[in-house]
Design a protein around this ligand. Structure first.
Ligand code: PLP
Length: 380
């Protein structure tokens, strides 16, 4: 079977994990800070905080923003994401307000966002954006809008480590740099670019946010001991969680981070080949931005989605559908929105989307087989 995404394990990864297993610290040890520092350097942010998953990263990030700037609880977000993006809002009393996508980027539609904001500016406290599939949004434009309406921005960068976009002054702004947001969040689930088993990371440039994230990640405890009081002294100031990453996971993350440029360039090679080989077929190719695309996913759109999915599956090519729009899921209809809402652009996308296999170890032979199979499907 050829899956749509797959983790990779090197000898170096194994050595890195082994050496932690043989060390004194399986958790709360030195690998966490090393991973955080290397990840912050990679993203060009001031700070990074490792945690147990991308979902935990979102939850903690929302918590840091919850009471800042404005009162209220509504957050503008996309329905096209893994449900964690909005679930994590619900964990802390924030309420997602879904805005349709721009079909040209598959990212939240900035024009529709602006309409909502200008109609009832007082209702919203923040924006949560997802750089869907790895295409990095125009954060400069979003930041302008958010500043005008005094909103915070959280970036869900789970699909987009290493992605970037070109600003209006022709500078490159990197995913996770938080040049235009309060926090950016990442996941290290095995289908992602950096796989730790489970794991997540938050980047930020704000020291107060960083301190709060570190406290909330570990129960709300802070070390306050001095040689005079006793170095053991800790105090519980707020209600936090155990969202820590283990040193075992961090060692794997550090080792995988060393290969990320290769991972992104191989994904781009595969995407380029799909673009070239599939361009004449009656389907919509994956959209592009103006900078580096991280290509977590390569999504095509065709009205014959179901037939193509079945055809490829018979040949042991496992494509996938990302995602059922969150506002159409049972829980959101019954418990969150309390009615069905209509967001036509994302709903049409959902009827036609299919994620093709894309991962660094996909061989040229398998890639050619996938492409030829798709051609064969449309030619018959
Ligand atoms: C866009 C997006 N946000 C959040 C998450 C949640 O990450 P995790 O599975 O590490 O909790 C994922 C993971 O699949 C994701 O794709």
């Amino acid at each position: 079977m050829i899956p749509y995404g797959k983790q990779e394990l090197s000898e170096k990864d194994l050595d890195a994990v082994n050496s932690v297993l043989k060390s004194d610290y399986w958790t709360q040890g030195p690998k966490i800070e090393e991973f955080e520092n290397k990840f912050a350097d990679f993203c060009k942010s001031k700070y990074a905080v490792a945690c147990s998953s991308g979902t935990a990263a979102l939850h903690l990030s929302y918590l840091t923003q919850k009471s800042s700037r404005k009162n209220g609880n509504k957050v503008l977000t996309t329905p096209l994401s893994f449900s964690a993006t909005s679930n994590a809002m619900l964990y802390c009393g924030l309420v997602p307000e879904f805005v349709d996508i721009d079909p040209n980027t598959l990212i939240i539609d900035f024009n529709e966002l602006e309409v909502k904001l200008s109609n009832s500016p007082e209702e919203y406290v923040g924006i949560s954006i997802v750089h869907f599939a790895g295409l990095y949004a125009n954060m400069e434009a979003l930041y302008k809008l958010a500043t005008e309406y005094e909103l915070w921005i959280i970036e869900d960068c789970c699909h987009a480590p290493g992605a970037n976009f070109l600003t209006s002054s022709d500078t490159v702004s990197q995913s996770g740099s938080c040049n235009f947001s309060s926090c950016s969040t990442f996941s290290f689930h095995p289908v992602k670019h950096i796989a730790c088993g489970e794991g997540g990371m938050i980047t930020t440039n704000n020291k107060a946010t960083y301190d709060k994230l570190k406290s909330l990640r570990s129960h709300g405890l802070s070390k306050i001991g001095t040689p005079e009081t006793g170095l053991w002294l800790q105090e519980l100031y707020e209600l936090g969680f155990n969202y820590r990453m283990s040193d075992i996971n961090a060692a794997l993350g550090i080792s995988q981070l060393e290969r990320i440029q290769y991972s992104i360039s191989r994904r781009n090679e595969i995407a380029k080949k799909y673009d070239l080989e599939l361009q004449r077929l009656p389907l919509k190719l994956a959209p592009r931005g103006n900078g580096i695309h991280a290509f977590h996913l390569y999504v095509i759109q065709t009205p014959k989605r179901k037939e193509l999915y079945d055809f490829l599956r018979e040949r042991e090519i496992l494509t996938q559908v990302h995602y059922k729009p969150i506002h159409t899921t049972n829980y959101y209809i019954e418990k969150v929105l309390k009615s069905k809402i209509s967001l036509p652009k994302v709903e049409k996308y959902y009827e036609e989307c299919l994620s093709l296999p894309i991962f660094p170890s996909l061989t040229e032979k398998d890639l050619t087989f996938i492409i030829n199979s798709i051609k064969e499907f449309f030619e018959n």
